[in-house]
Design a binder for this molecule. Sequence first.
Ligand code: F6P
Ligand code: MN
Length: 441
Amino acid sequence: MAGPPASLSARDVGSFAYLSVKDRSPQILTKAIDTLHRHKSEFFEKHGEKGLEAEKKAISLLSKLRNELQTDKPIVPLVEKFVDTDIWNQYLEYQQSLLNESDGKPRWFLSPWLFVECYMYRRIHEAIIQSPPIDDFDIFKELKDQNFFESQESVIALCTHLQELRKTIEDLDENQLKNEFLKVLQISLWGNKCDLSLSGGEHISQKTNIMNSLEDLKPFILVNDMDHLWSLLSNCKKTREEESVTQVDIVLDNSGFELITDLVLADFLLSSKLATKIHFYGKTIPWFVSDTTIHDFNWIIKQLKHSNNKWVSQCGVDWEDHIKTGRWVYLDHIFWTLPHEFSAMSQVAPDLYAALQKAHLIFFKGDLNYRKLTGDRRWEFTIPFHEALSGFHPAPLCSIRTLKAEVQVGLQPGQGEQLTASEPNWLTTGKYGVFQFDGPL
Ligand SMILES: O=P(O)(O)OC[C@H]1O[C@](O)(CO)[C@@H](O)[C@@H]1O
Ligand SMILES: [Mn+2]
């Protein structure tokens, strides 16, 4: 049997992966360096001379990294001891083992894009942890926070919608409840347009009320398995015995506006009794610019709670309560910031795989999760999603993703080709989205 197709890689000159490594990645590193510069006086105030020295050190490590990338140097092992250092270095050896003698060592413009891109973010983290006392500085924090502040209008609209809905949710009939469910799902999908790594760290936020755009955006949903999600969860609700649990896991992506949309979805699942428990998974280190860490998660809920808008602050209060009562649980695991595709999870992180198996449904938010679900490979557009998952089936799962990388599976025959003919960049602009489900029907 033929193995899976080749990985996306910057070795394909002109591909999106190539352009990302060539242009976007150095741009992100330059922005990171600039951020350190701008926080110089803050480091001085906090730590005195030691803070200044640390800032210099982190900047020089990041400049070195940018140079290695731009000159296509070999990928070097991580040096600073951290929980995942050994796993990373083993993975590097594994990448080496995949190469022919003539290829030499794994390199930025040769190795799989997924690997080198994850490696870049891990090296950014290494530069920071090698620079105490600023070793807990989140270089992307201010960008994430700005994204939240700039999306205020949409945040207010969403929180108002949710709070109004909560008042009458018990009175909705089956059909009305389903419609509301489909709405919050779509909100969460389009929330994924707002990641900051695609824009190279340039601001993109949700300035207008997303609720008004849902109908207009429907034609851009290329795979729409929302009905399966409804069947699954409404069935759980109907057949659930008292005291028993319906658990939905949400593997989070970006903080800022997208996180709000995910929390709205999570609240709706509880309020509608479609689920009784939500597990959120975030990142343990700053990742792909805008990804959610526990600090972002807590920060955003606190911001909401202290808002002047009564609906927004009510959301903050309710969500804190969900956490206190254990109906919402935030979890993290180093696996999410490793370079492995998800088909390796049961081997590399069996504890996480076992935890996910307890869910009735898992939502995977965003593009990077899609790339890891499918192994970031050059699959044919029509290959079934189930097959592209290459054995990763911990529980029924659904990818909620806007397209920002050249991988897409599970399309109808001709659908991909048609899109390519009319819109050559359809795979990478975030304009299109999918709800792609895998599980027993
Ligand atoms: O936040 P998301 O949706 O995972 O998007 C991140 C994606 O954006 C990019 O930076 C742009 O393609 C990809 O590297 C990555 O897959
Ligand atoms: Mn992201």
